[in-house]
Design a protein around this ligand. Structure first.
Ligand code: SAH
Length: 365
């Protein structure tokens, strides 16, 4: 079937998704991009939602083979921001009209971490109540796998969205990038628990993993659909040299352009298949190309997570090599970003939590 015929369909099957993800010529890519943009505009509107991203700790008990802050990487300084430092980053973004924040860190399951984070969430909520945000900023957590009790505490403290990437929904591929102590089943169960606890749930994968096929990517999208995911954070896999997967640096460098294009196509096809969810245009896209985040928006994404981590610790939160904006002035980038979003005819939503249309519909609001 040709691309034009597939794009006219309302529902897509696995073969359609594989065909869409396999396109290679500029005209077909542009047709898919334009179709995704039009679904975005009709299902969600033209707003781009900001989340101020605070990478509040790089301590991690996990040893993911791809990740720069994995436990076994002894070459980085470990940090955890204080309550005051986190609150001041959050206030910086709230003052600029970012209605939501994302708190991200490595994974720690000890009681001290859970207590600390529950306290931080509650404090952010009370510190950000204003006329414009009567319930404070919206809080998304991205802190890995935890017990139901811990998730409940975070939720009760006031966080209402949670991002936990499945990374790869194929069991073999998942196993090839994680130590055996980490498993796919537990991750899927965490996603189910998060939903039961009440969170809006986000997940995602890395695109361009060694050994990943276009069929794997199609199955990832079917997994998102089956799990009725509210939001997606997804981006290219980028090598970090001081990790076990650092040996793939040549493989990665040779295929960079293709990986970037496939990551954009994944955004577009997720938009076409899943329609009313939120999709983030991630820092990893921006790492591969300076206009990568804007490209993500043009392919159907509607969320951007500007960096608001204090500059002093950013260099210790390198999940992959080449991460941008390590030591310069966030304010400058704020203005730059406003301009580039306007230049692609989108508007920035201010003082809004920016929940996905899907989550709003589900809650009957
Ligand atoms: N510890 C938390 C959040 C921090 S990692 C968690 O596990 O959920 C956030 C995301 O960064 C991961 O889910 C992963 O998809 C992505 N990431 C890690 N290393 C990466 C790399 N080398 N290239 C691209 N993305 C990476």
């Amino acid at each position: 079937m040709d691309i034009g015929t597939i794009l006219q369909k309302k529902e897509f099957d696995r073969d359609d998704i594989i065909t869409l993800l396999s396109v290679d010529n500029p005209a077909d890519i542009e047709s898919i991009r334009a179709a995704a943009e039009s679904v975005l505009l009709s299902e969600c509107g033209d707003a781009v939602f900001y989340r101020g991203l605070v990478e509040f700790s790089n301590h991690c008990d996990c040893d993911c083979h791809y990740c720069g802050i994995r436990k076994s990487n002894a070459s980085i300084n470990r940090y955890t921001l204080s309550m005051d430092e986190i609150i001041s980053s959050v206030k910086w973004s709230a003052h600029r009209g970012y209605g939501s924040v994302v708190l991200q860190s490595g994974e720690r399951n000890d009681a001290g971490f859970v207590d600390f984070l529950a306290g931080v969430v509650a404090e952010i909520k009370s510190a950000t109540v204003s006329e414009k945000l009567p319930n404070g900023v919206g809080i998304t957590l991205s802190v890995g796998e935890h017990s139901r009790q811990a998730y409940e505490r975070f939720y009760k403290a006031g966080a209402h969205r949670f991002l936990l990437r499945i990374e790869a929904s194929d069991p073999k591929l998942f196993a090839s990038i994680h130590p055996s102590a980490q498993n796919l089943e537990r991750r899927v169960n965490c996603l189910k628990t998060l939903r039961q606890v009440g969170f809006q749930v986000g997940t995602g994968v890395m695109v361009g993993l060694p050994g990943q096929t276009v069929e794997n990517l199609a199955d990832d999208i079917l997994f998102f659909r089956e799990m009725e995911i509210d939001m997606i954070g997804m981006g290219p896999y980028i090598v970090h040299k001081s990790t076990p997967m650092g040996i793939h640096a040549d493989y990665f460098n040779q295929r960079k352009d293709k990986i970037f294009q496939t990551a954009l196509l994944m955004i577009a096809v997720c938009r076409l298949v899943l329609k009313d969810i939120n999709i983030a245009s991630t820092t990893a896209l921006q790492t591969m190309r300076s206009d990568g985040r804007e490209m993500g928006l043009r392919y159907g994404a509607n969320v951007i997570m500007p960096q608001t981590t204090p500059a002093g610790v950013r260099k210790n939160y390198l999940l992959y090599d080449g991460k941008p904006y390590l030591d310069d002035d966030a304010k400058l980038h704020h203005a730059e970003l406003q301009k580039s979003i306007r230049s692609i005819n989108r508007k920035i939503a201010v003082d809004s939590w920016g929940d996905s249309e899907r989550a709003i519909r589900r809650s009957g609001r």
